[in-house]
Design a protein around this ligand. Structure first.
Ligand SMILES: Cc1cc2nc3c(=O)[nH]c(=O)nc-3n(C[C@H](O)[C@H](O)[C@H](O)COP(=O)(O)O)c2cc1C
Length: 324
């Protein structure tokens, strides 16, 4: 593949596959804000600041979550090839530098999660009205813990009501913000070579009876009577501390949670409005006890199939190689 070189003892073709796996990570509005720099002894993952959304994501927090999720995929792809990845998080320059830590046979869980990478999709359609079993919830909580993050299950009735209100309030705030609306419009619809959220992935049009306010990606009108499930599992993925490192860890945890869910037959979509609107995020944090830092709100359940979203080609994501 054009411009892809060998790295970490892998041939160029294998490196291209590893990078393609990394790019299947989720990103806000499918902006895909990552780039790669290859050297014989390393793969570096860098943020692409030109793909940050200044109004929706002024601090680059969601950009870093997406890069963390791509890093998790990269780790899996290397493990599946028998390479133990040694990851250094470099908050001041790159997102991460990945080196080879010797040979290491992939275990069953790695293979299961890797198989889930192309199957995972944000699913904005209504879910079946079937509860997520407690054992599955516990598996999701453990997945976040393994990546040094915290998954809060919004189970308590009062807390569900509170979180729902915060989602609705943040949704209204963003609907009244022309710059946030402009970004949504710019990244909605078909941009086949660049990313964005195609109409086929947009779910159904929001309606006043919806309990949880999903983002309006100008989806198809809903058939009367086809409403959202009344009681999805709602979880808040949190980091243990504020700042770049916490966000990069939360991004990896996000992807491990999503892939664990996919492997269990679960679907998920995001409800990011209450995290993006800063004062609402502070309130959400207080309502969770104030100790952990909310990074992503997810709605989880049993969905019907949805198509994949486009990804940029790997050669377009390469920076100048490392020369020594
Ligand atoms: C940090 C982050 C925030 C996101 N927020 C939302 C959101 O609020 N609403 C939504 O529908 N999708 C949200 N998404 C999902 C992206 O739109 C989705 O990942 C992207 O379009 C690629 O599609 P895929 O997840 O199906 O691969 C978010 C993704 C990330 C990583």
């Amino acid at each position: 593949m054009d411009g892809v070189t060998g790295a970490l003892g892998l041939e160029a073709d294998a490196v291209a596959e590893v990078l393609a796996t990394a790019t299947l990570a989720p990103s806000v509005h499918n902006t895909q804000p990552w780039r790669f720099r290859l050297g014989p002894d390393r793969i570096e993952l860098h943020p692409d600041p030109s793909r940050r959304l200044p109004a929706t994501d002024p601090d680059g927090r969601e950009l870093r979550l997406a890069c963390g999720a791509a890093l998790f995929n990269l780790r899996l792809a290397l493990q599946a090839r028998g390479i133990r990845p040694i990851v250094s998080l470099l908050p001041d320059s790159a997102v991460a530098e990945v080196r080879r830590g010797g040979r290491y046979p992939a275990d069953e869980q790695t293979r299961t999660l890797l198989a889930a990478v192309p199957a995972r999709r944000s699913n904005r359609k209504p879910f079946r009205d079937v509860p997520v079993p407690v054992a599955h919830r516990q598996a999701l909580v453990r997945a976040a813990e393994r990546e040094r993050s915290w998954l809060h299950v919004v189970a308590d009735r009062e807390q569900r009501h509170r979180v729902r209100e915060l989602v609705a309030r943040a949704h209204r705030a963003q609907a009244g913000d022309p710059a946030v609306r402009a970004e949504l419009t710019a990244w909605t619809g078909d941009r086949p070579h660049d990313g964005g959220v195609p109409v086929a992935s947009a779910g159904i049009r929001p309606a006043p009876q919806d309990e949880w306010a999903l983002r309006d990606f100008e989806a198809v009108e809903r058939v009367p009577g086809k409403d959202y499930e009344p009681d999805p599992l709602v979880v808040v993925l949190c980091s243990f501390y504020e700042g770049v490192l916490g966000e990069l860890q939360a991004g990896q945890a996000l992807q491990r949670v999503l892939l664990t869910g996919t492997a269990l037959g679960l679907s998920a979509s995001f409800l990011s409005q209450p995290i993006e609107v800063r004062p609402v995020r502070d309130e959400l944090r207080r309502s969770l006890g104030g100790m952990v830092v909310p990074q992503a709100v997810l709605r989880i359940g049993y969905g019907s199939p949805v198509p994949p979203t486009p990804r940029r080609a790997v050669p377009d994501l390469l920076m100048e190689p490392v020369t020594r």
